[in-house]
Write a protein that binds this ligand. Structure first.
Ligand code: PLP
Length: 432
């Protein structure tokens, strides 16, 4: 198990398996189960996080072992490190077609989001309103609530039943005092995509800055910040096969910006804190790999996702898709299984080695239905019966078949177990 190995032996294991892993990735062989794990894992939770690519780990290691200098130092030992940060910045910039100077490294996607929102408010003190949606990641939902407590106004726009946003409503809701409109590029639970080009154009014409949380899109679909009038865009490395704990905030040249973390003059004074060099280098390598593997995400991963989803919908009765079918990420599939509790499904999937997720959150001992599915108007019973499968470039057809074998058995087992309860309730006249 990985927990019994130290970092270096994990690295050597990965390095030894590197060619095998890379070969597997190209040939569609399973690489999720390798010598790192004694127990085979069928990983279908790539929107939660992704495995670190061996190439990424390899790029990072010299910056933990040999080149550990501080990039701000005057001597060559530090200068070398500063140069590598510059190289990584250029690589991440090309992933979104930005200028490297528009890329600020942060600690995570959450920080990038919070920084964009706070900056928009602080640089326009006469504007105290933020417009966003009711299906944003909790990084925005919770920060919005916090801003309300601090006296700002935040509007969370409703969404349609397929998870899409009424653009006219957005347009009507922009006010003269709207400092920022923030609409995610793609939803993490349903994969539903928002028309960022259109939205950014509306914001521009109405004089509001525009931020988009593109954390789920990078590496899955192309992003071109030059195609639209995006002022701020957030990324997180751990969604594209780099480690957790490193993010990026794109700030368009000319867009107002004031730092969220104030300290040393790092990132040209836009984000204090000594640079996390190995992770920045890893993010750069991951961005390079993501550009290469975009066709795989768009075609192969989409095919696998479609096969998984369509087969489930056909073979398991009383099952429905949550969110629009066409306009969504190629890897995400969110399904409601009537008559079961998602947490029970996840537990049984886990016993079969399958990692998936539900949008439910455990709050003070009870399961809160997902705020995304609730905003789409799904009843709480269906929301609590919903499972997200999110695929990635390492998934194989054989792994999908494993899910297709196990899931119908799990659902019918849980439904059968629930039947006496349902019958008792019916007999007692309980309808809800
Ligand atoms: N935004 C979205 C859409 C996400 O899915 C996530 C992570 O799940 C985040 C932001 C937060 O990113 P991080 O985990 O790097 O803080």
């Amino acid at each position: 198990m990985i927990g019994h190995q130290d970092g270096f032996s994990v690295y050597s294991t990965l390095a030894r398996n590197r060619d095998k892993l890379w070969f597997g990735r190209l040939c569609g062989e399973s690489v999720t189960a390798n010598s790192m794990n004694q127990e085979r894992i069928y990983y279908f939770d790539n929107n939660a996080t992704t495995r670190v690519a061996p190439e990424v780990l390899e790029s990072m290691m010299p910056f933990l072992t040999e080149h550990w200098g501080n990039a701000s130092s005057a001597y060559r030992f530090g200068n070398h490190v500063a140069r590598e940060i510059k190289v990584a910045r250029a690589k991440v910039a090309s992933l979104i077609n930005a200028d490297p100077n528009e890329v600020i490294f942060t600690g995570c996607g959450t920080e990038s989001n919070n920084a964009a929102w706070q900056s928009a408010l602080l640089t326009q003190p006469d504007k105290r309103h933020i417009l966003t949606t009711s299906v944003e990641h909790s990084a925005n939902m919770k920060f919005g609530e916090e801003l309300r407590r601090r006296g700002y106004e935040v509007t969370f726009l409703p969404v349609e039943s397929d998870g899409s946003l009424d653009i006219h409503l957005l347009e009507k809701s922009i006010r003269p005092d709207t400092a920022l409109a923030s609409v995610m590029f793609a939803n993490n639970e349903t994969g539903v995509l928002f028309p960022i080009d259109e939205i950014s154009a509306i914001c521009r014409s109405r004089g509001a800055l525009f931020h988009t949380d593109a954390v789920q899109v990078a590496g899955k679909l192309p992003i071109d910040v030059r195609d639209s009038r995006i002022d701020y865009l957030s990324l997180s490395a751990h969604k594209l096969h780099a480690p957790k704990g490193i993010g990026v905030l794109f700030v368009r040249k000319g867009a107002p910006f004031t730092p969220y973390l104030v300290g040393g003059g790092q990132e040209k004074g836009r984000r204090g804190g000594t640079e996390n060099v190995p992770y920045i280098v890893g993010f750069g390598r991951a961005a390079e790999l993501a550009i290469e593997s975009l066709p795989v995400e768009r075609n192969e991963v989409r095919k696998l996702r479609n096969h998984l989803e369509e087969t489930i919908l056909v073979t398991i009765p009383r099952t429905s898709r949550n969110g629009a079918r066409a306009n969504r990420l190629p890897n995400t599939c969110n399904l409601a299984f009537e008559g079961v509790e998602a947490e029970a499904v996840l537990l049984l999937l886990d016993q079969a080695g399958i990692c998936a997720s539900s949008g439910s959150a455990c709050k003070t001992g009870s399961l809160e239905p997902s705020h995304v599915l609730t905003a789409m108007g799904l009843p709480a019973t269906l929301s609590r019966a919903s499972i997200r499968f999110s695929l990635g470039i390492y998934n194989t057809a054989e792994e999908v078949e494993h899910v297709l074998r196990e899931l119908p058995l799990i659902i019918s087992r849980l439904r059968a177990a629930d039947q006496p309860v349902a019958a008792d309730r019916e007999a007692a006249g309980v309808t809800a």
